[in-house]
Design a protein around this ligand. Structure first.
Ligand code: MG
Length: 261
C-alpha cells in the first residue's frame, strides 16, 4: 500500500530530509585525500543530532554507523572505519535521519581529488539519471516511467545499472512501498499520485551490473572491481510536479555541484 502524506506530514519529511541534505552538503566539502570514513561518519552524527534528528541507519538490521560510505568499487552500504580516502576515488555517502517519526534519506557521490575521465562521466551520468527520474515523477505517470527515464539516461553510455538494489517509498518507515527499480521491468507499476513520497536512487556501475557482498554482510561491491556511483533524493509528488525534499536550507548547491567541487 502506498500512503499519501498530508501537508503536515510533508512538512516533517521536508525537515528530516533537510537535515540529511545539510549533512551531505557539509560532508561533501570534507571529502579529500587522507580523511577517514570514520571521521566523516562522526561529523555526520554530530550534525544530525545538532539538527534535532536521530541517525536512522545505525541499528537498522544491525548496521553499525550513521552513514554508509562506499568508496569506488563499493556500490552501497560501505561501513565507515579506519580506511583513508585516496585521490582519484569516488566517495559515495548515504545518510538517513529520523525526525519526529519521519524519515529522510539521500545520497551522493563525491570526487576525492582528481578523477579520471571514466569516473567523472560515471558520476555525471548517474546524477543525470536521478534528475531525469525525478522529472517524470508526476501525478498520472507510473512508477515505470521513473524506471524508464533512468534506464534511457544510462543507455548508450557503456555503463550498467545495478539491479539488486532499488529506490523506495519513504515516510514513517525508512523503506515503504513501492519499490522503484532503475530499469524497466515490464510492469508499469502503481500510478503516481499527489502526496506520494519516494527515494529515487540510481546506482550505476562502470562495468558489470553484478554485485558481490562482503562477509560483513553489508559492503556491496561490483563483481568486477570497477567503480560505481550513487545519487539519491527523497521527493514528494505535488499537484504541480515533483518537489525535492532533500534540500539544504542553507545552501543552494545541487548534488552535481557538490559532487565535482
Ligand atoms: Mg534509499
Amino acid at each position: 500500500m502506498i500512503i499519501l502524506r498530508t501537508s503536515r506530514e510533508i512538512d516533517l519529511l521536508r525537515k528530516a530530509n533537510g537535515i540529511v541534505a545539510e549533512v551531505l552538503t557539509t560532508l561533501a566539502d570534507h571529502v579529500e585525500p587522507g580523511i577517514t570514513t570514520q571521521e566523516l561518519d562522526e561529523m555526520a552524527e554530530e550534525l544530525i543530532r545538532a539538527g534535532g534528528g536521530v541517525p536512522s541507519f545505525v541499528g537498522y538490521q544491525g548496521f553499525p554507523a550513521s552513514t554508509c560510505i562506499s568508496i569506488d568499487e563499493v556500490i552501497v552500504h560501505g561501513i565507515p572505519g579506519s580506511r583513508r580516502l585516496k585521490g582519484g576515488e569516488i566517495c559515495s555517502i548515504d545518510v538517513g535521519v529520523k525526525y519526529k517519526g519521519y524519515y529522510g534519506d539521500a545520497a551522493l557521490s563525491v570526487a576525492c581529488g582528481e578523477l579520471d575521465d571514466e569516473r567523472v562521466r560515471l558520476m555525471d551520468v548517474t546524477n543525470r539519471a536521478l534528475a531525469n527520474g525525478i522529472d517524470v515523477a508526476r501525478a498520472g505517470n507510473y512508477v515505470e516511467d521513473i524506471s524508464r527515464a533512468v534506464e534511457e539516461t544510462v543507455a548508450g553510455e557503456g555503463f550498467s545499472i545495478v539491479r539488486s538494489f532499488v529506490g523506495h517509498g519513504i515516510g514513517t518507515e525508512m523503506h515503504e512501498d513501492p519499490q522503484i527499480p532503475n530499469f524497466v521491468t515490464g510492469t508499469r507499476g502503481p500510478q503516481l499520485k499527489s502526496g506520494m513520497v519516494f527515494a529515487i536512487e540510481p546506482m550505476i556501475n562502470a562495468g558489470t551490473h553484478e554485485v558481490r557482498v562482503l562477509d560483513d554482510g553489508w559492503t556491496a561491491l561490483t563483481a568486477d572491481g570497477k567503480p560505481s556511483a550513487h545519487f539519491e533524493h527523497s521527493i514528494v509528488i505535488r499537484d504541480g510536479g515533483p518537489e525535492i525534499l532533500s534540500m539544504s536550507a542553507n545552501s543552494s548547491r545541487s548534488w552535481g555541484e557538490l559532487a565535482k567541487r
